[in-house]
Each structure stands twice: as C-alpha cells, then as structure tokens.
Write a new protein. Structure first.
Length: 504
C-alpha cells in the first residue's frame, strides 16, 4: 500500500568548517530538539538514458531511518515535491511503476546511483510544542552504479517544513543560515548533484533562442507534450484539476498540429492528431462529469431552502458518486492502455524528427499571423451561422461548434504570443472571453439534459420533481442571458484580431 506526503524543503551548501547558527534564536522557534544521528542507504533507479532525472523525478529504495521503503518523488513547484511511499520489497512496487510509466515507457529501470548519508537531525518546534521544521546536516557519499564509476562526497544542510507548516517559516530559517554564511545549494536534489559529479553530464545544452516560425511552433508543441507526460501520475492519483489540465494540454497540442499545417506536415501528423482527439475525448468523460456536478450543486445552493423539496441533494450526490467512480476507473484504464503508450511514443518520435515544411523557415510575424488569422476567420463564419438560426437545438449545436472554433483560435494566438507579443496576447484574451461564454452556454445545454433525466428518475421513485423543474427554468434563463451578452463579447474579439503587421 502506498501513501504520500507533500515535501517542502530547502537545501544549503556546507563544509567541514560549517557551523550551524543558534537555531533557538530563529524567529518563531520555541525549542530545538536534537534527534541524534542516523545512517541512510539509498539506491536510486532510472532508465539508462536517465528519463526520470530529466523530469526531476526520483525513485529510490532506502533503508535506515524511520521511513525505510520505496520513495517516488514527483515535482510540484520549485522546492516542493510529492513523495509517494511504498514498503520495502525486492522490486519496484506496481503502484509506483504505474506513476512513472508515461516517462519510462518500455525502458527498463536500473540502479544508477547509491547514496549513503550520515544524517544529524534537529527538530524545530514552536512555543506551543508544534513541530515547525526538521533541519539536518547530511554527510553524503555517492557511488555511480550505471553510466560511470566515480564517487563523490559532500556535506549539505536540509531544512524540511513540518506537515501543514507555513512555507514562510523556511524563509526565516534560510535568512538565519545565510546570515551565518551558509549559502543555498546549486543542485536541487542529492541525486542531481550525484549524477553531475559521478558521471558524464547529459548532452542537453540550453535550447537556442526561437527565431523562425518553426522554432516557435516546436517550443509550443514540446511544452504541451511534456505537460501530458508530467500530468499522467497526477491524473492517476486523482489530484484536483489534473484531468482538466491534461485534457487542455492534449487539445492545445492537437490544435497546434492543425493550425500550423504550413510549418508541420499535416499528412505526417494526422494520425497523431487523431490519437490526441481520442485521448481528449476519454479524459472528457471524467472532466465533463466534474463540471456538471459542480454546476448542479451550485444551482441547488442558489435556491432558498423552502424550494428544495424532497431528497434532491441526496439524489444528486448518489448520481455524482456513481458517475465519478465509473469515470475514474475508465480514465485509469485509458492511461494503462497500449494505445496511450503508443501515443506517447509517437510524441517522442515527433519531437525527435519533426516533419517540418518550408513554412517553418519563415519569419514568425509572417507565418504565425497567417495561421492565427485563418483560425479567426473560421470562427467568424461559425459565429455568423449560429446567430442566423432561431433559438433551439440547431442554434445550440451551432454555438457549440463556434465554441470549438473559438478555442482553437485562442490556442493559436496563445502559441504565437512569445513571437508576436502584445497583439497576440490581446487577441487570446478576447477569444478566451468568447470561448468562456460559449462554454457556459454549452454547459447549460448539458445541464438541462441532466436535469430532465433527474426529474424523470425522481418522478419514477415517487419523489417531488418540482425542484428539478425550477432549476431547469433557471438554466433556460441563464442561456438567454448568455445569448444576449454574446454579440458584444464577439465584437470586441473580432476587433482584436491580428493584423499582418503584428510583431513586425
């Protein structure tokens, strides 16, 4: 069984001559308890080409200390990682293997580094005895097990925030250490330092400054592909908003392949685009359910208690729980599928050998503006068609189609923003407003369908259906208000469309 914790820490350089300041004088500290010295022995695993290390992910099997076992650390933000733990065993636990599958794919895991640390631990507590942070001085010996045969040794200081602690306290500790002449460490982890000092440095280098249209498009494509890989474990763990963010990255990437067809050969990328559409659709089952549940709960919360008649909230909770469990199981199965792994391999192949066309060599101000304007023109046509239709299902469908075009146009403008600057930023912002308004309209269409089904179920069970009908009416009123607001929002977006001179 694996468990997890949020790890927030800072690392500092130390030498044999380093002396810790009086930690009891750090602001907010009531007492300092010396927990003693322990020896930790950890073997770190990775692929031969260090795919985990490239993503700042670490996997280790550690003995010694109070938390012996397998530890997987996933980056969250600078200085913040989620640590997922599993009991000691001879092989990597399946639960952890699943969480790194998107990075390693079929590559076998091998031991790459062994770290033996002698840790001297101090626990800092507040005046009320509440733990604030743990500060340790680690004497580290690193041995390269694969890809080199050197060793390295160093001493470092690590300050780790206590569970549920205030991250600002680490700033206070850091100031006290720096005033004592102790400086932040250059490496973000022990493994990163060990790899740098015990073997050849990976040949990555700093990316060149984007100059051509192709450069800018590939930077955008790579960013979305990396997001899909990085969010895979978060989706498996059911972290908030992870499904939505992965779905957005998938859609952004697919949109870029379609929009910038003069840069990347569309015939070559079409199969990948189809697979991205499949993945977005599968993720949408879970995400759409989240959105619908939140909307219906909010509508019920808006009503006075006297108008919520019968077990309406209970029925909604039961429906939501059943739908959510089914969606989660389906999403996990998708991520475990051979089809998903094939998609990730295809992304790697695309980035390794992008099928560039002559348009890739064009100046960004020419090629990117052309592509963004073309998507804007498509949106304008769909908006005009939708607004010509009378209210009803056909108009709803047309507005939904316009919403998809608005999203694609917005994504195109956002992808062009690093090259085109302010004009692209303004266009993307205005298009996002159109997309959001049309998205709310479509969410209302879906909500009315669900409300009708809930009313039918309630009636069949002998429950009052009054509340569902009342909420349905409110959704109809909201849809009408959205359609009244739409012309003004669209007019502002249309005025902000990119000109050929943008960025030149």
């Amino acid at each position: 069984m694996a468990d997890s914790k949020r790890e927030i820490e800072r690392k500092y350089e130390a030498t044999d001559a380093t002396r810790l300041p009086d930690l009891g004088r750090v602001a907010g500290v009531g007492s300092v308890a010396h927990e003693g010295v322990m020896e930790l022995d950890a073997v770190y695993y990775d692929t031969e080409d260090l795919r985990l290390a490239a993503g700042n992910v670490t996997l280790r099997r550690r003995t010694g200390g109070s938390d012996a076992g397998w530890h997987l650390k996933l980056p969250v933000a600078e200085g913040v990682r989620d640590e997922i733990r599993a009991p000691l065993s001879d092989h990597v636990p399946a639960r952890l293997t699943a969480l790194i599958r998107s990075r390693v794919l079929d590559a076998p895991l091998v031991p790459v580094v062994r770290l033996v640390s002698v840790r001297d631990v101090h626990v800092l507590t507040g005046d009320d005895g509440t733990p604030l942070a743990e500060l340790s001085v680690d004497e580290v010996l690193a041995e390269r097990l694969h890809g080199g045969d050197r060793t390295a040794a160093w001493t470092e200081i690590e300050a780790e925030l206590a569970d549920d602690g205030d991250p600002a306290f680490l700033d206070t500790v850091g100031r006290a250490l720096e005033e004592a002449g102790i400086r932040p460490a250059a490496a973000h982890s022990k493994l990163a330092r060990a790899l740098a000092e015990t073997g050849p440095a990976p040949e990555r280098g700093d990316p060149a400054e984007p100059r051509t249209a192709g450069d800018h498009v590939l930077v955008h494509v790579r960013r979305q592909a990396e997001a899909i890989v990085a969010l895979d474990p978060a989706v498996r763990r059911g972290l908030p908003d992870s499904v939505h963010r992965m779905r957005v990255a998938t859609r952004r990437l697919r949109s870029a392949l379609r929009t910038y067809r003069r840069v990347l050969d569309r015939e070559a990328t079409r199969p990948l685009g189809a697979e991205l559409k499949w993945l977005a659709g599968e993720l949408g089952i879970d995400r759409d359910q989240e959105v619908l549940d939140a909307r219906l709960r909010a509508r019920l919360d808006e009503l006075p208690a006297t108008l919520v008649i019968g077990p309406a909230r209970a029925r909604l909770r039961l429906r939501s729980a059943a739908e959510h469990d089914d969606a989660r199981r389906r999403t996990t199965a998708v991520l475990d599928s051979a089809r998903h792994l094939d998609l990730l391999r295809a992304l790697e192949a695309l980035l390794a050998a992008p099928p560039l066309l002559p348009g890739a060599d064009a100046a960004p101000a020419d090629e990117l503006v052309r592509a963004v304007r073309k998507d804007h023109k498509r949106l304008a046509g769909r908006m005009a068609h939708a607004r010509e239709l009378p209210p009803g299902p056909d108009r709803d469908a047309a507005l939904h189609s316009a919403r998809k075009a608005a999203k694609r146009a917005r994504y195109a403008a956002e992808a062009a923003r690093p090259a085109l600057g302010g004009p692209a930023k303004k266009a993307a912002k205005r298009l996002k407003a159109v997309q959001s308004l049309l998205g709310d309209h479509q969410d209302g269409v879906v909500a009315r369908e669900a409300l009708r089904a809930l009313a039918v179920q309630a009636h069949a069970a002998g429950e009052p259906s009054f509340t569902w009908g009342l909420v349905y009416g409110r959704e109809e009123a909201a849809a009408a208000a959205t359609e009244r607001e739409l012309p003004g929002v669209w007019h502002r977006a249309h005025k902000a469309r990119l000109r050929r001179s943008a960025g030149s």
